[in-house]
Design a protein around this ligand. Structure first.
Ligand SMILES: [Zn+2]
Length: 610
């Protein structure tokens, strides 16, 4: 009697578990990967998880929070955030995290779990060609790396370069460890080395070779420079950085954007810093390769460099997968200061905990990390690192360097600080700032607070939609039955029949959840919480996930039956109330006899159940 239309369940549920177009595309491979993948391991690469009972929990990557409400269940292979309501399976997580489509998410999960991805016939010829081109370019970079290293080791020109490096305190081991090389001055030495194997287009696409605009002639991009291989997060060389040996300009030069390299997506030394970042749970962010190398060889491996460009949002996201605490240690010159301040803004927006290390001058020289460690030693550097002040103090100190004797000066200082305050997502922190700034800059506090709250209001994205709270608590009996329908492999099909035949969930606040689960259970396939959730309204989806994450005992058939009895009882009570209302509404109605009989019968049933 109850068909799907009456239950308000979209028809598409009959085709699940794989009802999405994209699902069909990736097909059974996606199912296989999902079965083999461990959601805890995959999520654990993005979120630091702690075991709490049977589940794992951590700080939600999808909303800002200080106490963990993000939960992952290894048993159910799903995640759910009690704060913002995001939830689903390993693919939903990766799609949200990487901002990618389903097929891409399958690929990501397969790669993370070491599952070989089958050659895809459906891949378009263009895609195949692009992939092929990318692997050829990576191969070319590997050859270029070998070439540069040989130049540094074995040529007279290279010897001069080596002397320069030694002069900067880089010994043989360090040069080998970081793969430093030398690009000779000839102009086409690398080109001649590569051109037998690669065609002109590939050579130009690699960025290792440039084309002379007027003559159309090819030549080496890097000439008479020390080379630093730049690797992707996974350790493949995708670009080079190069430092001029003499006074050539520019002093530093990078590979251009290529099919395998986008400077805003890569952090120098990231491939080697990953483990230390996780272990130490903070990163030291420096400007250049030389700084990163200096810090890393002092035994501090959790260092990455933004590589001459100002820090990009993609780089911050990359870093955020390993830690959300950063000590910014840029050069102390004006360019470094403004780079520091730009980075601060971005890091604060992403809710990083930021400290700033501004190194004191060595003698009369302004010190970058490289110089400081060479002159003052590792111990001194470590000490300053430990004492690095929170960014607030750094910024206030910068503001205090301004002329604060006049009202205008104070206004300028305040204007310098306000943009940072606008970016702090946390209201309590913003308020703490106010007090400190008022004290340190001697500004009238109420005046400052009104400026602050104005600034806060102007903050873009301030109005975050508060997730609707699940105010209604479904009754325990309903919760138990929902859980059983989702998980009791042994008898959920049987249970679903009972529930459907007696229309037991009609009129309940959980009706739609029941309806979806009953259909899923009757299909005989394993219930996929994510897919059931996908056909539900947001409120219902969240309620379902919350129920799935409740502490619960193993379900038994006896318990299921007693829950059903309780529902029957409630149903009888509701019917009785309805009958009573009809009787009272029109005592002279012709159907009165029937109503009275019905009332008697319901009362008998309720009495028997007692
Ligand atoms: Zn959340």
């Amino acid at each position: 009697m109850a068909d799907s239309v009456e239950l308000g369940v979209p028809f598409s549920i009959f085709t699940f578990p794989f009802s999405f177009d994209s699902m069909a595309e990736a097909g059974s491979f996606a199912e296989r990967v999902k079965q083999q993948a461990d959601i805890v391991r995959v999520v654990g690469e993005y979120v630091r998880l702690k075991k709490t009972g049977k589940d794992f929990s951590g700080l939600c990557p999808f909303h800002q929070e200080k106490t963990p409400s993000f939960t992952v269940s290894p048993i159910k292979q799903i995640f759910y955030c009690f704060g913002c309501g995001k939830g689903g399976d390993v693919y939903n997580f990766v799609m949200d995290m990487e901002k990618c489509e389903f097929p891409e998410a399958v690929k990501v999960v397969a790669e993370k779990c070491g599952i070989a991805i089958p050659r895809q016939k459906e891949r378009s010829p263009e895609e195949r060609k692009e992939n092929q081109q990318r692997s050829v370019l990576v191969e070319m970079h590997r050859e270029a790396q070998t070439f540069f290293v040989k130049q540094l080791e074995g040529t007279p020109e290279g010897k001069a370069a080596r002397a320069y490096l030694e002069d900067r305190g880089l010994d043989k081991d360090t040069i080998a460890r970081f793969g430093l090389g030398y690009a000779p001055s000839g102009g086409d030495v690398l080109l001649r080395h590569l051109k037998n194997k690669y065609n002109e287009k590939l050579l130009v696409d690699s960025g290792l070779v440039s084309r002379d605009q007027s003559a159309g002639r090819l030549f080496d991009r890097f000439r008479r420079r020390i080379t630093f291989p730049i690797s992707s997060e996974s350790g493949k060389i995708v670009a080079f950085g190069a430092r001029a040996l003499g006074d050539d300009m520019p002093k530093y030069m990078n590979s251009p954007e290529t099919p395998i390299y986008s400077k805003s997506n890569v952090l120098y030394h990231m491939d080697r810093a990953k483990d230390a970042l996780r272990r130490q749970d903070f990163a030291i962010l420096v400007e250049g390769y030389m700084d990163a190398i200096a810090v890393a060889r002092a035994g501090i491996s959790n260092v990455v460099a933004s590589c001459g460009t100002s820090l990009a949002e993609a780089q911050i996201k990359l870093l955020g997968r390993f830690t959300r605490r950063v000590i910014v240690n840029y050069d102390p010159d004006t360019a470094g200061q403004s780079a520091t301040e730009r980075s601060l803004s971005l890091l604060l927006e992403q809710d990083f905990e930021v400290r700033v290390l501004a190194l004191p001058p060595v003698g009369n020289k302004k010190a970058d990390p490289d110089l400081f460690i060479r002159e003052m030693g590792t111990e001194a550097y470590l000490k300053l690192l430990k004492e690095a002040p929170p960014y607030v103090d750094y910024l206030i100190a910068r503001a205090r360097q301004m002329d604060l004797t006049t009202g205008e000066g104070k206004q300028r200082a305040l204007n310098f600080l306000l943009p940072y305050i606008q970016k702090i997502p946390n209201g309590i922190l913003r308020s703490e700032w106010a007090t400190r700034i008022a004290q340190q800059l001697r500004i009238d506090e109420p005046l400052l607070r009104s400026a602050l709250s104005k600034a806060a209001k102007e903050r873009r994205g301030e109005i975050t939609t508060r997730p609707e709270l699940i105010g209604r608590a479904a009754k325990p009996v309903e919760r138990r039955l929902i859980r059983m329908l989702a998980e009791a492999q042994g008898f959920r099909q049987e249970l679903a029949k009972h529930l459907q035949n007696a229309r037991l969930y009609h009129g309940l606040e959980t009706e739609k959840i029941f309806a979806a689960l009953v259909i899923a259970s009757l299909s005989g396939q394993p219930v996929q919480a994510t897919e059931v959730g996908a056909v539900l309204e947001e409120r219902d989806r969240r309620l379902l996930f919350e129920i799935l994450f409740e502490e619960a005992n193993e379900p038994t058939w006896e318990e299921a039956m007693s829950c059903i009895e309780a529902l029957q009882h409630r149903q009888a009570e509701r019917e009785l109330a309805d009958v009573q209302r009809s009787i009272e509404a029109n005592p002279a109605a012709p159907e009165m006899r029937g109503l009275l009989e019905k009332k008697q019968e319901l009362m008998r049933r309720l009495a028997a159940a007692r």
